[in-house]
Write a protein that binds this ligand. Structure first.
Ligand SMILES: [Zn+2]
Length: 496
């Protein structure tokens, strides 16, 4: 317990240092804007269906991180009609097609908080995914299909539907996401459903995410949904949205979230948000699930408990504790992949070991590089998912299962609602375990090219059978939690 208390003190100091370091991410330098810290987004979206044309007002609470004469927000493909700064009209332009540049009537001194109200409209369109710059079939942001709409933005698609500071270290609450749609449609977003108000020919749904969220995790879904409402074992609302096309097996898998949350809480601490749920996208072009905060998104026909466990684990790892840079995405995907393997093997440590060792064999055969990546094209690669999960497994073998989960819990307690990086994870692991050699072990897994040996590792029992096949994991089957790979292949795999 002594080491535990010390870890909190040590890491709390680091967290303070990290929280002030808002920075445009080097992988996506044209997104995000220095000089501002958005504290809260209040979004008021009126969406015409089926066109999904948007008439909107965004109210941003912003703190100036430097003296401001002009500042910029990310906004793409939508036309701004008015900007008010603390109630006073401001000069603005959209000459840069992905930026809204605002000049307040009076300069804003460093440290001052102010309110920006932005009125805008247009027909939102997705943008090119910069992690696959050469393939126009990979897009991000707001999608419209067959009379329905959804928004999935990892890593930089938020600007397709709201003005944002679109970089991972500027987390903010979204205390009101109001979506007004024609009567008969249901609108789903992040967090708690606060109200549903009939307005004649329209209905307004108001959602609220009171815990800090990165911009890319904000989501909107509009469709003719059915909803099943239940609660976690601690009484938090669980809402599962499906459509007429959703197979019953999918709905049954999503309902497993209840027992998964209870199980994960015993390992890594309390579920970090006020509610959870899932929402299904019918669009056959969608081939991956995404951990949209407090309301995970799934493609149709992905009735797999592993996918459900993966996206749920992200609520702790990636969403509540966010990466400080995209290069460190293993801190999210490595944990999610680890829990994806753990959930189906939770009653058999031997089966879990066998699965992880088989994954290890694959990493060796594929000569997977270090978990921390150095270019945007690799953030959704096997390095992030597989070598990330194996780094955690190696740590578990080194320090023991009880200490391993104490490290994971301390990580959650220390950085809840914040960003953190690989170095801070290593410090937490060393401090909680009291074992300095853990630093070398993790550094080898995270930063060095050769796949390190597993502590005390023997070749897996299956090794003699020959080369290890690619493991059947969400993150690998279609890439990202499942992102990469040919969409057609992934759609087929998801339907199995
Ligand atoms: Zn994932």
């Amino acid at each position: 317990m002594h080491a535990f208390a010390k870890a909190v003190v040590l890491a709390a100091g680091l967290a303070l240092a990290a929280s002030s370091a808002h920075a445009v991410d080097p992988f996506f330098p044209t997104f995000g804007n220095n000089g501002i810290d958005v504290r809260n987004y209040d979004l008021d979206l009126d969406v015409a269906m089926p066109s999904s044309r948007l008439t909107a007002k965004a109210t941003l609470d912003i703190r100036a991180l430097e003296d401001i004469t002009t500042f910029r927000l990310d906004l793409t493909g939508l036309t701004v009609s008015e900007v008010l700064i603390d109630g006073v009209p401001a000069v603005f332009n959209q000459r840069n097609e992905s930026k809204l540049t605002i000049r307040p009537r009076v300069a804003i001194p460093k440290g001052k908080s102010f309110k920006a109200v932005i009125s805008y409209a247009g027909a939102p369109k997705p943008i090119q995914d910069p992690t696959v710059p050469d393939d126009p079939s990979y897009q991000l942001g707001w999608f419209t299909y067959d009379g329905a709409t959804y928004a999935l933005s990892e890593p930089v698609g938020a600007s397709t539907f709201y003005p944002s500071n679109d970089e991972p270290t500027d987390k903010a609450t979204f205390n009101r996401i109001a979506i007004t749609v024609p009567a008969g449609y249901t609108a789903v977003a992040n967090g708690l459903l606060k109200s549903t108000t009939p307005l004649g020919a329209k209905t307004r749904f108001v959602w609220s995410m009171d815990e800090p969220m990165t911009t890319w995790l904000a989501t909107v879904h509009i469709n003719r949904f059915d909803v099943k409402v239940t609660a976690t074992t601690t009484g938090k609302p669980l809402r599962f949205y499906s459509t007429a096309a959703t197979p019953a097996a999918d709905v049954a898998s999503y309902a497993k979230s209840r027992s998964m949350i209870a199980y994960f809480e015993t390992l890594v601490g309390p579920y970090p948000f006020d509610s959870y749920g899932s929402v299904v996208v019918d669009d056959p072009a969608l081939y991956y699930a995404l951990e949209t905060q407090g309301m995970s998104t799934f493609p149709l026909g992905a009735a797999d408990e592993g996918i459900v466990a993966h996206e749920l684990a992200h609520q702790w790892f990636g969403n509540s504790v966010s990466v400080a840079a995209w290069a460190d995405l293993w801190l999210a995907e490595g944990f999610a992949t680890y829990f994806e393997v753990l959930w189906p093997n939770r009653r058999s440590p031997a089966a879990f070991d066998a699965a992880m060792r088989r994954m290890y064999d694959y990493a060796v055969d594929a000569q997977l590089g270090p978990a921390v990546v150095d270019r945007p094209e690799d953030i959704f690669s096997d390095r992030t998912y597989v070598r990330g999960a194996l780094a955690l497994y190696a740590l578990q073998l080194k320090v023991g299962t009880e200490t391993f989960f104490r490290i994971a819990r301390t990580w959650q307690e220390t950085y809840r609602g914040r960003n953190a990086n690989s170095r801070q994870f290593i410090l937490t692991a060393v401090d909680v375990s009291g074992d300095r050699t853990v630093s070398t072990l993790l550094s080898d897994w995270l930063f060095k090219a050769p796949v390190p040996p597993l502590p005390g590792g023997q070749p897996s029992a299956a090794r003699r059978l020959g080369p290890a096949p690619k493991p059947d994991l969400v993150g690998l089957r279609c890439g990202r939690g499942s992102h990469r790979g040919a969409p057609a292949v992934c759609a087929g795999a998801a339907a199995n």
